[in-house]
Structure formats: C-alpha cells, structure tokens
Design a protein around this ligand. Structure first.
Ligand SMILES: Nc1ncnc2c1ncn2[C@@H]1O[C@H](COP(=O)(O)OP(=O)(O)OP(=O)(O)O)[C@@H](O)[C@H]1O
Ligand SMILES: [Mg+2]
Length: 553
C-alpha cells in the first residue's frame, strides 16, 4: 500500500485509480504545478508515487513557465502548446527538489511521442490510456506494483549505496536484470570499488535463487589447495585427505558462487570450471564419479581478462562462457565526483553507526544533552555553519579546504579507503572532545556562540589522514601545508623566531589566497578565528594590504 498523488486537471485518472487500485491511498489531487508543489511539501503522509497527466486544460495564468514572454508564436499558439505539454513542464520544475520520487507519466495515444521527454526527466515509466478502462487499470496496476516492489528492494540493499546519478541508476537497473538471468557475470573495477559487496548484497539477493551465496577469494587461496576447495575431495585422495570434503561448488548449489580475483585460477582449473558452466558437471579431487551442481557464477577481477587471454594466461573458451559482453565495470571513487558530497554523507553516517565511533557519539551526546532516545543521534556533514540546532542531530563541520582535499584526493583504495579515512576522522575528532572533560567548546570559545551540536573536523586531522594514505611523498615530505622559510641570523633568538613566524604567515596567506579563517583552522584548529591570525600578523608588522594585492594579481 502506498500514498499516491495524482497531478491532473480532471478527475479521469483519479476515478479510474480509486476504483481499480483501491488498496492504495490517494491524497487530494493537484490541478496544476502550484498545487502539486504544495501537496508534496505539506502532505501529512509521505508521498511515494506520482501519477502525472501530460495535457492540462487550465487557465493561462496557471501554466508553466510563469514568464511566457520569450516564447515563439501568438498568445493562443503558446497557450495551446503549453497545455499540450504541461505535464513535462511540471515534472521539470519538480524534479530538482524530488530527484528520487517515482513519477508515472500518463497520457492518451494522441500525445505521442513523449518517450524522450519522459526519459530526460527521469520519469519512472509512461503509460498510454486506451479508452478501455479494464486494460488501462491492469497496465497501471502492473506498473505501480513493479515500482513499489523496486522501492522495497532498494530499501533492502541499503548496505550498497548507489547514489543518485543517472549512471549509477542505470547500472543498478542493468545489474538487477543480469542478476535474475542464468548466465554468469563478470564484475570489474579497481580495488575497493565494491565488487564483493555488490555480488553479495545485490546480485545474489536479486537472483531469486534459493541456494546459498558462497564466496571464494582466489587471491588468498594457495594454489595447491584450490582444486580441493572448489571441487571438494574424497577421502584418501592425498595424504591428509582423511575424510570426504565438500567443495564450494557443491555448497553453492542452487545459489550463487562468487569467485573473486578469477585471474588467479590456474589454466587447468579454468578447464574444470568451464565444464561446470557448460554441463553443470564436475569431479571432486580423487573421485571417479561425476557430480552435478547448478550455480550462478559471478566472478570479479582487477585484471583485463582479454589481455590475459592474449598472453596465454586465461582460456578464451572460459572467457566466452563468462558472458564478457555484459561485464559490469564499477566506477572508481574518482569517477564519482558528481555525487561526492552524498557519498561523504552516506559513509559518514555509516562509520558513525558502528563500533567505537557509535560509542563515542553516544558519550558526546550524553554529555551535551543531545540524545534523541531510541533512534540515536542523526549525523550530518556540512561545509558551512548550519542554521538553528535540531533536536537529535549532530552536525560535523568540514572546512571548505578539507572538503576540497577530500574531493581532489586520488583515493587509490576507493570506497574502502574513504570509509577508513572518515572512520578515523570521526574517532580522532570525538575522542579528544569526549575524553578531555575540560575541552573547549567545539566551535568557539565564546560562550554566547557555543554550539555543542556542531563539531568541526580539524583541518590538520584531515590533512594528516590523507597524507598517511598517500603513496608518493613529495619533496616537502608530502605535507601540503608545508611552506619554505629562510632562517636568518638575528640579534636574538626571539627575533629569529618572529622572523620565521612572519615569513610563515606570509607564505600561508599567499598559499591560501588570503583566507584567514583557513589559516586559523590550520594553526588554531578554529575556523572562525581568522581575526586572531590577522591581529598576530599586524603585531609582526606584516602589511596585509601589500599581501592582498599580491593575492589578487
Ligand atoms: N557502493 C558502496 N556502498 C557501500 N559501501 C561500499 C560501496 N562500495 C564499496 N563499499 C565499501 O568498501 C569496502 C570495499 O568493497 P569491496 O570489498 O566490495 O571492494 P572490491 O571491489 O571487492 O575490492 P577488492 O578488489 O580489493 O576485492 C566494502 O567493505 C564496503 O564497506
Ligand atoms: Mg573484493
């Protein structure tokens, strides 16, 4: 059962739906864009699906766009045209605010063709009404049920985060189809891109197979044990084989067998695997008897199997059997710049929900009275100081330079690495606040502006964590905040240190384009203390106006 909003200027669809889809709840219909916006924003129940008409015979003033001055044609022509395509104008205006809302576009046959617009605006599907109530209702019912089922499924695999980009959405759809088929599936992608997680959480679940999911990492299995591990072994086959032992191909019978790093399989075992794929037949080590097992095979690799075939390291017939035409490549984290902020928020929530971080958060919340009962604390990450505090919410503040560093980082270990960095970041940030009872307030020492619901991530910690993961160190030892200063002889040690400090601040000022808050965050771990840095620079006789000119030039 779902809450459905119908956007339509007439009651045709509403009547049809209420009669034939009576298990769902229909919120009062919206007659135009203004009403649709209002319903979506203030409906007392969450709206889970929208059915949208295309043709709207409404007053000109209600038609989108509000400003029609630039549109070609006479006023009558413009109005007519807008009425005929109003549904898409409405969807176009609603989409940015509701990127995930499923919308079924409904139209009659005369309004063809609408497919292209529907796709561009991420409409879930479109349906033609046929002047045959029975057929219409049946088609609609199938559509609505399938959309709602997909929504349930996506709740299920929350452990694999898909994000909202079109690329990932179509990858997800494609994988759902491939998961249900009988054919094997190749997953490629760099380390940490989610191949193993995807095989377990998405593909096996969607396969509809009743057997188990069994995973084997061939990169960690000694070659001498591989055959027995895969195919099983009979008692006495070799010294040490003291009993019959089942292999993973047997254990995955009727289910999914995931072979990770398939490139590590010897040529001989590749041949045996080919037989499993061709005839579902295999022979345990030391056995004369053939066994049979029907598994859905999913393999993953970091390597280019085509290249391995050319080098004679992988059997071409096996590669062909593995269905290479539908191989799925998972993008690296570097290729996910479009939804990087959302990924950050997702992984942050995830690292806060487990283990030590969960404990630290609970202690922090308890200490500052932020607890929110059963559901625990909601965490968010922002790059600008948030508005008013919200009960039960803790906001991590990421300085914009840190956000930039995270975004631009190479991430050779992809999502695995992002998760580790964020987990460490939360731990290091919270541990000092929780364990040090006398710690200063998180945001500012000024009592009037104390915001215990906002915790800044120290820029230094971000820099250090990323540096710890950098493969190559540059000449400055990999420290991106290092600057060079010249130590000159002076009459006193104090004069030397003032000179060094002056040069240091000048260099930082130039390096960070005069962003004093950024320097304060780095030096004082307080991103709002730019004023203090400025005072110190004045004390040291630094002429800010001259520096400012250099920054601008
Ligand atoms: N889309 C995702 N949603 C949620 N977590 C993810 C996602 N992708 C990767 N991860 C996280 O990254 C970790 C690494 O993922 P996984 O082990 O599936 O990568 P892999 O591609 O199999 O890497 P390898 O090639 O090293 O075996 C997982 O434990 C998971 O926590
Ligand atoms: Mg893996």
């Amino acid at each position: 059962m779902a809450n459905i909003l119908i956007i339509d200027d007439e009651d045709t669809y509403l009547e049809l739906c209420e009669r034939h889809l009576s298990e769902h709840t229909f919120v009062p219909p919206a007659r135009n864009f203004r009403e649709a916006k209002e319903r979506l924003a203030s409906s007392p129940v969450p709206i889970e699906l929208v059915l949208l008409d295309v043709h709207f015979n409404i007053e000109e003033a209600e038609l989108l766009p509000a400003d029609k001055s630039g549109l070609k044609g006479s006023q009558r022509e413009v109005t007519e045209r807008l009425r005929r395509t109003q549904g898409f104008k409405i969807l176009e205006a609603l989409r940015p605010g509701y990127p995930d809302l499923p919308v079924v576009v409904m139209t009659s046959v005369e309004d063809l063709p609408i497919g292209l617009d529907a796709e561009r605006l991420d409409a879930e599907d479109y349906t033609y009404l046929l002047d045959d109530e029975y057929l219409d209702a049946r088609a609609l019912r199938v559509q609505v049920q399938s959309i709602l089922r997909q929504r349930e499924d996506s709740r299920e695999d929350e452990t694999f985060y898909w994000g909202t980009t079109r690329v990932m959405r179509s990858l997800r759809q494609r994988l759902s189809v491939l998961a249900r088929g009988q054919l094997p599936l190749i997953l490629t992608g760099p380390t940490g891109s989610g191949k193993s997680l995807l095989a377990r959480e998405h593909i096996h679940r969607r396969s509809g197979r009743s057997g188990d999911f069994v995973a084997v990492d061939l990169s960690t299995l000694p070659e001498s044990l591989m055959a027995a591990h895969l195919f099983g072994v009979v008692k006495g086959a070799y010294t040490g084989a003291t009993a019959n032992r089942e292999g993973v191909i047997e254990r995955a019978k009727g289910g999914t067998l995931f072979l990770d790093e398939i490139g590590n399989l010897s040529l001989e075992l590749q041949k045996s695997l080919l037989l499993v794929l061709q005839d579902h037949k295999y022979r345990p080590v030391g056995s004369v008897e053939e066994h049979s097992s029907d598994v859905k095979l999913v393999v993953a690799t970091n390597e280019d199997l085509g290249l391995m075939v050319r080098d004679g390291r992988f059997r071409e017939d096996l590669l062909m059997r593995l269905n290479p035409a539908t191989a799925v490549r998972l993008p690296s984290l570097r290729d996910r710049k479009d939804d990087f902020e959302e990924l950050l928020a997702y992984f942050l929530r995830r690292v806060c929900a487990h283990g030590y971080n969960k404990d630290l958060l609970a202690r922090y919340a308890h200490r500052h009275g932020l607890s929110s009962g059963e559901d625990g604390l909601e965490v968010a990450v922002v790059t600008q100081k948030p508005g008013a505090a919200q009960p039960g919410r803790l906001t991590f503040l990421l300085h914009k330079s840190s956000a930039g560093s995270l975004r631009e980082f190479e991430w050779p270990g992809n999502f695995r690495q992002l998760e580790m960095v964020l987990s460490n970041l939360v731990t290091f940030t919270l541990v000092s606040l929780v364990e040090d009872a006398g710690a200063p307030s998180p945001v500012s020492a000024n009592a009037a502006t104390i915001r215990t619901d906002v915790v800044p991530f120290p820029v230094k910690t971000v820099v250090e964590l990323l540096r710890g993961f950098s493969v190559e160190e540059d000449a400055s030892g990999g420290d991106e905040d290092a600057v060079e200063v010249l130590v000159r002889a002076h009459e006193s040690l104090n004069a030397v240190s003032c000179d060094v400090e002056r040069q240091y601040l000048e260099r930082l000022y130039l390096k960070y384009d005069g962003d004093l808050d950024r320097i304060a965050e780095l030096l004082l771990e307080d991103g709002s203390a730019g004023r203090k840095v400025q005072l110190r620079m004045n004390q040291l006789g630094i002429r800010l106006r001259v520096l400012q000119r250099r920054v601008r030039s």
